[in-house]
Design a protein around this ligand. Structure first.
Ligand code: AHG
Ligand code: MN
Ligand code: MN
Ligand code: MN
Length: 321
């Protein structure tokens, strides 16, 4: 078995970046331990505050955010961090080569039901032409990511990671407190027969999305000529993990409701890292015609419609646009 440290060395990941990934992995082990204990650790329920996007924070959103932020700001190679739970960029070390953004706890509505939750992260090179704590540090398209991944706190705790090469999957060995490589190269089959979308929003979708999903629902008798199944996790981490493991298409489209008119998911710390993992596994991740990774960011917490998964299926969606 190959552990995370060994694989990062084999992949010739620069030592400062490897150390940063190890720090993320260590923090995720603390988060995982708290998640396992749940009510016994007093980590369930609401924290009573709102984040910058108007979402009520859960205790675990705040705990995970504080653990990640404190650990990363101690690293000399980290110039700045950004988080779903922080209004602004937090500047750190002026000489740092990297900036890190994260969704500390993805799937907050699953916390209190013992459902799948996770942590999503991304690393970019720091910019020398703007201030350490400027939003502009993070105004870089997803193509510039040097590393992206997530931890999934499910029946086992796993970490999917790419440092520019293949998307790899590691599994936490709890009594050793380390991640072991369990899938050296994730590959998403181009064809699939499973889709993931929040059907409760159907009446708010564009005609293109309505038409596409209607075709899937028509099954073998419809224009697609095959049956599709549906899954919806309520946590992007869980849905994208399923797509990486057995293919499928995941959609969080734009919506005519003003609250989520540009989709619900955030470009910086949800869409971009997942898009990199999916592309490095042979799948596609798009906003209409454009690859998510090519979107030029406009603001730190910007939302973006997300369509990702099996390549041929994403193309079938785009063909209707
Ligand atoms: P977060 O818990 O980090 O705010 O993200 C929640 C997101 C994402 O994980 C998931 O795909 C989506 O919200 C689910 O939204 P619905 O409420 O529409 O199911
Ligand atoms: Mn949230
Ligand atoms: Mn999230
Ligand atoms: Mn979150």
């Amino acid at each position: 078995m190959t552990d995370l440290a060994q694989q990062l060395a084999d992949d010739k990941v620069p030592s400062e970046l490897a150390q940063l990934v190890q720090t993320l992995a260590e923090v995720s082990q603390s988060i995982s331990a708290k998640v396992r204990l749940g009510a016994l650790a007093g980590v369930l329920g609401s924290a009573g505050e709102q984040n910058v996007q108007g979402e009520t924070q859960k205790k675990l959103d705040v705990i995970a955010n504080d653990l990640l932020k404190e650990a990363l700001l101690r690293l000399p190679q980290v110039r700045a961090v950004a988080s779903e739970e922080e209004d602004d960029v937090v500047g750190a070390n002026h000489g740092g080569a990297y900036i890190v953004a994260f969704d500390p706890l993805d799937g907050s509505s699953n916390i209190d039901i013992n459902g799948q939750i996770g942590t999503i992260f991304t690393v970019y090179p720091a910019r020398d032409d703007v201030a350490c704590d400027s939003d502009a540090q993070f105004a870089q398209p997803g193509r510039k990511q040097v590393c992206a991944g997530y931890m999934l706190y499910g029946p086992s705790t796993q970490m999917a990671l790419t440092t520019g090469g293949p998307s790899r999957l590691y599994t936490l060995v709890p009594d050793q407190q380390k991640y072991q490589l369990t899938e050296a190269e994730l590959r998403i089959a181009p064809e699939c027969n499973e889709f993931a979308i929040n059907m409760a929003n159907q009446r708010h979708w564009s005609p293109v999305v309505q038409g596409y999903i209607a075709n899937l629902q028509a099954g073998a008798d419809g224009p697609r000529g095959k049956d599709f199944n549906m899954r919806w996790n309520g946590a992007m981490v869980g849905d994208v993990h399923r797509v990486l493991m057995r293919g499928g298409i995941f959609l969080y489209p734009a919506n005519t409701q003003s609250k989520v008119h540009n989709g619900k998911l955030r470009l910086l710390y949800e869409a971009n890292p997942m898009a990199m993992l999916v592309e490095q596994a042979g799948g596609s991740a798009v906003v209409g015609e454009q690859a998510i990774l090519d979107v030029d960011p406009e603001s730190l917490h910007q939302r973006v419609p997300v369509i990702l998964g099996s390549g041929a299926e994403v193309q079938a969606f785009q063909a209707l646009s």
